[in-house]
Design a protein around this ligand. Structure first.
Ligand code: PHE
Ligand code: CO
Length: 286
């Protein structure tokens, strides 16, 4: 997910390069791991057809990586010509600046290891299934691909301005948990949802959470929960809206927001464009 760092990370950080990249070593995956991937993929494939945005589903169909853990080099041969992005293999979560630097240079870090079978329904740390299945199809969309790069550049700046916490909320509520309007109703483009067996129907069908119109400043002052389903989802009208709202220099925005008390994850404000007001307390994610 984001580049939050270093307590008890489970990847092998002992053989990486200075930029935290490693070789994928595809031949080292076991038959059991490929089988687990196939099962994860099959479960999620049906769900994203119903709840995922068209851009995601169409790319998933063309890429066709359901038969086993994909090879990054094969995907790169398709991704490069499309949006000039490249996947790089990493041991797991990265330090903030390392993460931002990869994104700013159109390199998307993908964790090499796959979860255990007991984690079929829920995993705390991002693994290859989350990173790949959730994020990679969206990198084939030109506008979204540009947004992620701009985010990386913005992250380097936010780091210098002491504003990472504000900016991280934007990543969380868009790249990981964002909803989008479509002709067929609300759908999701957020990787944390697209790779989740439970939250994908919850975020769109459940009466419990709030669904509120995208508002940059509002999002940057809203806390989020990392160990439950989200209490609030933010809805964009299209990827242009997201790209254009985030194009200005954030320096004055940070100045305005720093020192202000953030809203809780469940708050609904009078100024919100409400699609749906949540009715019930949140359900645990696990
Ligand atoms: N425009 C932002 C800035 O100046 C950078 C940014 C772009 C942040 C896209 C997030 C998403 O900091
Ligand atoms: Co993620």
């Amino acid at each position: 997910m984001t580049g939050e760092t270093d307590h008890n990370l489970r990847g092998d950080y002992s053989r990486m390069r200075p930029d935290y990249t490693v070789d994928q070593d595809w031949d080292a995956y076991s038959a059991a791991e490929h089988d687990l991937w196939r099962r994860l993929y099959r479960r999620q494939e049906g769900l994203v057809r119903k709840y995922g945005c068209d851009e995601f589903v169409e790319t998933l169909d063309t890429l066709n990586f359901g038969e086993g853990i994909p090879r990054f080099d094969k995907i790169n041969a398709m991704l490069g010509p499309k949006t000039n992005w490249k996947l790089v293999a990493v041991p797991g979560l990265l330090p903030d600046l390392t993460f931002f630097d990869h994104l700013a240079n159109r390199r998307f870090p993908v964790t090499v290891w796959l979860r255990n079978p007991e984690e079929f329904d829920y995993i705390v740390e991002p693994d290859i299934f989350h990173d790949f299945f959730g994020h990679v199809p969206m990198l084939f969309n030109p506008v979204f691909a540009d947004y992620i790069q701009a985010y990386g550049k913005g992250g380097i700046k936010a780091h210098a301005l002491g504003a990472i916490e504000l900016l991280a909320r934007l990543y969380w509520y868009t790249v990981e948990f964002g909803l989008i309007e479509t002709k067929r109703g609300l759908r999701t483009y957020g990787a944390g949802i697209l790779s989740s067996g439970g939250e994908i129907s919850y975020c769109l069908d459940s009466p419990n959470p709030n669904r509120i119109g995208f508002d940059l400043m509002r999002i940057m002052q809203t806390r989020y929960k990392i160990d439950t389903f989200q209490e609030t989802y933010f809805v964009i009208r299209d990827f242009r809206e997201l790209f254009e709202a985030t194009a200005p220099d954030f320096t004055p925005y940070y100045e305005q927001l720093q020192g202000r008390e953030p809203h809780s994850a469940s708050t609904v404000l009078a100024s919100d464009r409400v699609y749906h007001r949540g009715v019930a307390p949140v359900v645990r994610a696990a």
